[in-house]
Structure formats: structure tokens, C-alpha cells
Design a protein around this ligand. Structure first.
Ligand code: UGA
Length: 435
């Protein structure tokens, strides 16, 4: 099938590459010249494991192309995927500018029947909005259909999530239209759900909001565990064995970040408000998440006496492992507070340091975790990169000036850390006496 993907961010680039890998003819278009130039040179604008190889393979086989010519991409394709960003506005409402722009570009180049598939995360009703824009702006009286096909990939495992999704959701105006998109996904042999367009749009937000709820819930339980002297990891396991609950997304920590959960939760609250429903649960989820890293920092400050004049090593800057994405990363708010309080920060991240340097040029960037810990009064684990799980902790402690270890992601065994002489703080595991 001939496919056009509009937008070369995480979703667009991965979707386009995977469809090409499945044997389709794909053109990925973007209005940013520099991005397309990079992709044509074989350079990835984002870090995503396995993506560069997949792109290279399909470009070499001439199934995957990159272009700034949206019109040409639309004209030569049967199916057009809209994968543009919907960044949050001040109010929490998603900015629909790029969706509207994409719809207008499709409209003016519509030369024969097409299926327009919306993969961007968009509020319910966007299918109708896109349909109206295309109807209003098309220059020929050509038929088309609009489908919602939400994306569930996670950064850092985007390729494997796209190849092995838990489910594929296709929200279409009719079974016939749904079948056209279903055909594209058939080689993946994964469960598929066909719905109306509005339900598919809500499935995406409801899924992300529910996962965010799980995280804020377990973080609240962690805070109770801290006060009660219990261990949230054991509590999580005990809950997770119940198949109705499940252990996934029940890791307590500093709270969720990234480009999706914070933005999508606010957007769903906003949509609910507009529809006349006060989404109280989700508002609380957002509030708990905002407080979580700050609560941890309050504990850090108490343990250190003051941040002023202290040297703190921050291990992990990306919002989660296996990505260089810093959007809503907990590291940023933590570093900002440390600097404002007069601390010195020495940071290390395997991939995200260049991007962080653009935001905080004044902190020290180290070549590994041990260098970052050098002379530090305290070390804080902010992102749970695998390489931090297997550090030589004796060497780390030796490099430090102090012995305080703040583990914001619960990656170490509290008993072992205390045995090694660390003054160890984690999230919801304050069972010192019984360990
Ligand atoms: C999330 C969803 O998991 C994807 O299904 C969805 O497609 C994507 O948003 C999107 O809407 O585009 P992503 O933001 O890439 O994916 O990353 P996640 O792995 O979901 O992690 C989100 C945040 O939750 C991270 O900050 C992570 O540290 C945090 N988290 C996750 C926890 O604090 N505890 C957990 O148990 C799991």
C-alpha cells in the first residue's frame, strides 16, 4: 500500500519505518527542512533504540522516503497518517494548530479517494474537526474518510511496542473503512478492536490517564509506607499478583514525566470540563504527581540540613531510561531547586547530557557516574538507567565526600546500601529495623 505519514516525531518516524518494514511504500513528510535533511543523511532527530537501523534498511530497499513536499506525499498515497504534535497550551488544552494545518494540506492535494488516519493524541471530536476542514478546503469533489488509530508506543521501546502492541484500535465510520486499515496491521497478528471514531479517541486518553492514576496511586501508598515503616515494593508485589490489578505501572518513584502523561492528563481534565464533567480523580492524580518529586527533595534537604553550599550528584537526566527526552523530566525541576538553593550540581546521564546542557549550562557534566559522585555530599538517582543498577557501590562511595544516597527510583536494596555505609533514602521503603 502507498502510505504518507505527516510528522516525523516519535510516532510518525516509528510508524512510517514499521509500515515500510512490513513491505509498504512509505513517504514521511515534515515541513521542517532540517529534519528531512538529517533523515536523508541517515541521521535520526531522536534517540530510539533500533530506529536508525530500521530506517537505513528500508531507505536502502527504497520503501521509505523522506520529503518536505506534503502535497506530493498526499497525492501518491492511499492512506495518510497524521502524526503531528499536539503540545499543551497554558490552559492544559492541546494546541490543535498542527492538526488543522495537516488537514488543510491534505485537503488541497486531495486527488482521489483517501483514508485519513489520525494517530496524533487528540481530544474527542477531532475526527469530525479534520473531516470538516478537509471538506471546506478541498479543491476537487473527491471522497475521503477519517479514521482514528491511536498510538500506544512508549519512548525507549517504540519499535518493539509498534511491532507487538497489546491491541490495535481502529475507530472508523464504517466496517468497510476499518478493514482498509486493519489490512495494514494484519501482518502483526495482534488483537484488533474496531470502534466508532469518538470511542477510539477516548480510548487513547483514558489509557494514559489510567496508567498515570496507577502511578500516582502507588506513589501515595509509598508515602503512607514511609510514614508507617512499610515497604512499598512488597506492597506493590502483593497487589500486583491480583490479576485484576496487575504489577505493571506500579513502580513508586519521583512521579511520571515525559511528553505524554502530564500533557494527556491535563488535556482529558480540560475536555471533561468542556463537556460539563468535573474529573476529580484525575485532578488529584495530577496534584499528587506534582508534589511527589518535591516531597522527595524536602527529605533530601532535611537529610543534608541545607542545600546551600552542598555538592549534589544527579544520576539520570532523561525522563526515563533509553531515551534522551527531557520533556517534563523530574531532573529538571530538581536541578532548578538545587541551584536556586545554592547547591552545586554534578550530573551524568548516558544520553541526555547534551540536551540538558542547553537548559543548564552552569552545572558540571561528568563522563560517568563515579566522576559525577566525586566530592559529592550526596548522590541522587533520578532516572533508573540499567547502568546505575550495576554500579560498583564501594567505588561510588569512595569517590564521594559524604555518604548520603537518595534513590528516587528504588533501584537498590536498602539493606545492602545501609550495610555498605550509605545513609540511604528511597521511596516508600523505610523499614530499617526489620530488614
Ligand atoms: C506513555 C504510554 O506508556 C504509552 O502507551 C503511550 O503511547 C505514550 O505515553 C504516548 O501517549 O505517546 P511514555 O510517556 O513514552 O509512554 O513512557 P512510559 O514508559 O509510559 O513512562 C511515563 C512516565 O511514567 C515516566 O516518567 C516513568 O518514569 C513513569 N513511570 C512509569 C513510573 O513512575 N512508574 C511506573 O511504574 C511506570
Amino acid at each position: 500500500m502507498n502510505i504518507c505519514v505527516i510528522g516525523t516525531g516519535y510516532v510518525g518516524l516509528v510508524t512510517g519505518s514499521v509500515f515500510a518494514d512490513l513491505g509498504n511504500e512509505v513517504v514521511c513528510v515534515d515541513k521542517i527542512d532540517e529534519k528531512i535533511a538529517m533523515l536523508r543523511r541517515g541521521e535520526m532527530p531522536i534517540y530510539e533504540p533500533g530506529l536508525e537501523e530500521m530506517v537505513a534498511r528500508n531507505v536502502a530497499d527504497r520503501r521509505l522516503h523522506f520529503s518536505t513536499d506534503i502535497g506530493e506525499g498526499v497525492r501518491r498515497s492511499d492512506v495518510i497518517f497524521i502524526c503531528v504534535g499536539t503540545p499543551p497550551k497554558e490552559s492544559g488544552e492541546p494546541d490543535m494548530t498542527y492538526i488543522d494545518e495537516a488537514a488543510r494540506s491534505i485537503a488541497v492535494s486531495l486527488n482521489q479517494y483517501k483514508v485519513v488516519v489520525n494517530k496524533s493524541t487528540v481530544p474527542v471530536g477531532t475526527g469530525d474537526r479534520v473531516r470538516e476542514i478537509i471538506e471546506k478546503n478541498r479543491t476537487r469533489n473527491v471522497e475521503f474518510d477519517v479514521v482514528s488509530n491511536p498510538e500506544f508506543l512508549r519512548e525507549g521501546s517504540a519499535i518493539s511496542d509498534t511491532l507487538h502492541p497489546d491491541r490495535i484500535v481502529i475507530g472508523a465510520p464504517s466496517q468497510v473503512v476499518a478493514m482498509k486499515i486493519l489490512e495494514l496491521y494484519a501482518p502483526l497478528e495482534r488483537p484488533m478492536l474496531i470502534t466508532d471514531v469518538a470511542s477510539a479517541e477516548i480510548i487513547k486518553y483514558a489509557s494514559n490517564a489510567f496508567l498515570a492514576t496507577k502511578i500516582s496511586f502507588i506513589n501515595s501508598i509509598a508515602n503512607i509506607c514511609d510514614a508507617a515503616g512499610a515497604d512499598v515494593v512488597q506492597v506493590m508485589k502483593g497487589m500486583g499478583y491480583d490479576q485484576r490489578i496487575g504489577a505493571a505501572f506500579l513502580q513508586a518513584g519521583l512521579g511520571y514525566g515525559g511528553s505524554c502523561f502530564p500533557k494527556d492528563s491535563s488535556a482529558l481534565i480540560h475536555t471533561a470540563d468542556k463537556l460539563g464533567y468535573d474529573f476529580r480523580i484525575l485532578k488529584a492524580v495530577v496534584d499528587v504527581n506534582k508534589e511527589q518529586a518535591q516531597r522527595f527533595m524536602d527529605r533530601m534537604e532535611t537529610a543534608l540540613g541545607t542545600f546551600e553550599g552542598k555538592r549534589i550528584a544527579i544520576l539520570g537526566l532523561a525522563f526515563k531510561p533509553n531515551t534522551d527526552d527531557l520533556r517534563d523530566a523530574k531532573s529538571l525541576e530538581m536541578i532548578a531547586r538545587l541551584l536556586a538553593a545554592g547547591a552545586t550540581v554534578q550530573a551524568y546521564d548516558p544520553i541526555a547530557m547534551d540536551k540538558t546542557r542547553e537548559i543548564f549550562p552552569q552545572i558540571t557534566y561528568s563522563k560517568n557516574a563515579y566522576d559525577a559522585a566525586c566530592g559529592a555530599d550526596a548522590v541522587a538517582i533520578v532516572t533508573e538507567w540499567n547502568e546505575f543498577k550495576f554500579l560498583n557501590m564501594e567505588r561510588l562511595k569512595e569517590a564521594m565526600q559524604g555518604s548520603i544516597l537518595f534513590d528516587g527510583r528504588n533501584i537498590y536494596d536498602p539493606v545492602r546500601m545501609r550495610r555498605l555505609g550509605f545513609d540511604y533514602y528511597c521511596v516508600g521503603r523505610s523499614v530499617k529495623d526489620r530488614c
